[in-house]
Design a protein around this ligand. Structure first.
Ligand SMILES: [Zn+2]
Length: 480
């Protein structure tokens, strides 16, 4: 078969420059809103919120801006946030119950550009070429924010027809760094206000390559810590006189890495222990036994574990090593290892039993793209983890743009697809088609959800949500 002639293939059927989602995403990308850890970046954060707040106010939203600080002893920079709310109908149903409320969670802060010389566009110019909108933060996650807010406008008529529905958005400028003065604080405020959204959409990238291939219904947690081993420095030829800390450290790492976790399921990968950095000795001094050794580790864990249970597991594994390690000549040195688990900065896992919202989003993907969306809980941590703490009865899904920037045109897959163009990479970009289709998916999700039969009435909330008696959420996990 002769090769297909791609020269006539159009990258995108839509007029990118005339599209509301693309225009808004572009306006946001042009603001260099790097998380304002440095006060010099604060005005850009505020400007990104201005753009969205103005846009929302014009479409009839209630706008509540907030600035929080003091969330953590180490990260005390002030953070700009905004809460937007649209009420369609009178705000309550015929029985006087509050209207069904669906809330989108997103962020307008971005990570730094990285190696600026490697970008083929200016990171904050918002250039459109070859079917992509380029710019830092377009995938993670300004494009998603633009898609959702324009989707609300598309859905107005359908939502009004449903009688009474409330749609809101929580947007922060503190997700990519400490995340202590952002979403968490706004959720706390929302709860104090007496509001209780029934469902949350976290708009983070949720699929790898193809828009809508995955919808997250949870995320694993993350616990970081160290091993420190003290040795006695000396000449490598007289090892019996000294103590090489590398030996005990290597054995500890081997013991913990060899544990085969089997706590995953169809939604979550198994827990995994990863050694991410090792520090010891001097590569320029081959005859010296080092005086100390250190390992940095990271455990990604399912909702069946807690930071406390993992710390206990590590200590027990070193105190009571497996049979094969007991016969190791350094087995008795394991007890000298100092274990530190940073439980106060651990990210909690969450799992949200799929219900009306997950179904509404899956149906929306099917309607818009004609493809199935798989529910899963893989990937890194997001602000979704905070929701379950404040609103344990709410359903949570995560749905956004593809992590790698999407494939603007399958015939012209960029050569550098794997090494650049994705979120946090140089040349971050989002396919124009994906931006527009995500808006359609969000619109359809809102409409499907508004139409879906009411979930359990307020009085029954907290009761088992399904026939298996499984609660909608596991009990909140507690760190320290
Ligand atoms: Zn993000």
């Amino acid at each position: 078969m002769p090769p297909e002639d791609h020269s006539k293939h159009k990258h995108t059927k839509i007029d990118a420059a005339g599209d509301a989602t693309v225009n808004l995403a572009r306006a946001l990308v042009k603001i260099p809103s790097i998380t304002a850890v440095n006060p010099a970046d604060k005005p850009a954060s505020a400007r990104s919120i201005d753009v969205i707040a103005d846009y929302a106010a014009k479409s009839g939203a209630r706008v509540e801006r907030s600035e929080y600080s003091g969330g953590h002893h180490k990260w005390d920079y002030p953070v700009e946030n905004v809460y937007l709310e649209w009420t369609f109908g009178k705000g309550e149903n015929d029985n006087g119950q509050p209207a069904k409320h669906i809330c989108y969670i997103g962020h307008l802060d971005v990570v730094p550009v990285g190696d600026a010389a490697k970008w083929t566009t200016q990171p904050f110019d918002g250039e459109i070429k070859d079917g992509y909108l380029y710019g830092r933060g377009v995938t993670d996650m300004k494009g998603s924010v633009a898609a959702f807010i324009t989707a609300i406008e598309d859905a107005v008529q359908d939502l009004k027809a449903q009688g009474s529905v409330r749609v809101s958005m929580i947007l922060t400028t503190d997700e990519e760094w400490a995340a202590v003065n952002g979403t968490k604080k706004v959720l706390e405020w929302l709860k104090k206000e007496g509001q209780a959204p029934d469902a949350f959409i976290v708009g983070e990238p949720s699929s790898q390559d193809d828009l809508g291939s995955h919808i997250k219904i949870g995320r694993r947690g993350s616990l970081v810590g160290t091993f420190n081993v003290a040795g006695v420095q000396g000449h490598a030829a007289y090892q019996e006189l000294f103590e090489n800390p590398n030996r005990a450290l290597a054995l500890a790492v081997a013991i913990l890495s060899s544990k085969e976790w089997k706590d995953g399921n169809e939604n979550f990968p198994n827990t995994n222990f990863e050694t991410v950095a090792l520090k010891s000795g001097d590569f320029g001094a081959s005859a010296v036994i080092p005086g100390k050794a250190e390992a940095l580790w990271n455990i990604r864990f399912t909702p069946t574990q807690t930071p406390d249970s993992l710390e206990a597991w590590i200590k027990d594994a070193l105190a009571n090593p497996p049979e094969w390690a007991k016969s190791h000549p350094d087995a008795d040195k394991l007890k000298n290892i100092t274990v530190t688990a940073n439980k106060d900065t651990a990210s909690q896992p969450y799992y949200s039993e799929p219900a009306n919202l997950a179904k509404s989003a899956q149906d929306a993907v099917k309607t818009v793209l004609g493809t199935p969306a798989k529910l899963d809980g893989s990937g890194g941590t997001t602000d979704g983890r905070f929701v379950a703490n404040y609103f344990p009865d709410a359903e949570i899904i995560e749905l956004g743009l593809p992590e790698r920037g999407g494939i603007a045109c399958k015939h012209h897959k960029p050569e550098d697809y794997l090494t650049k163009g994705g979120m946090h990479q140089v040349d971050e970009r989002a396919a124009i088609d994906d931006l527009v289709n995500l808006r359609h998916i969000f619109k359809q999700t809102l409409v499907n959800y508004a139409r879906a039969e009411e979930t359990a009435p307020a009085a029954e909330k907290g009761a088992p949500a399904n026939a298996t008696g499984k609660p909608k959420h596991p009990a909140p996990r507690h760190g320290s």
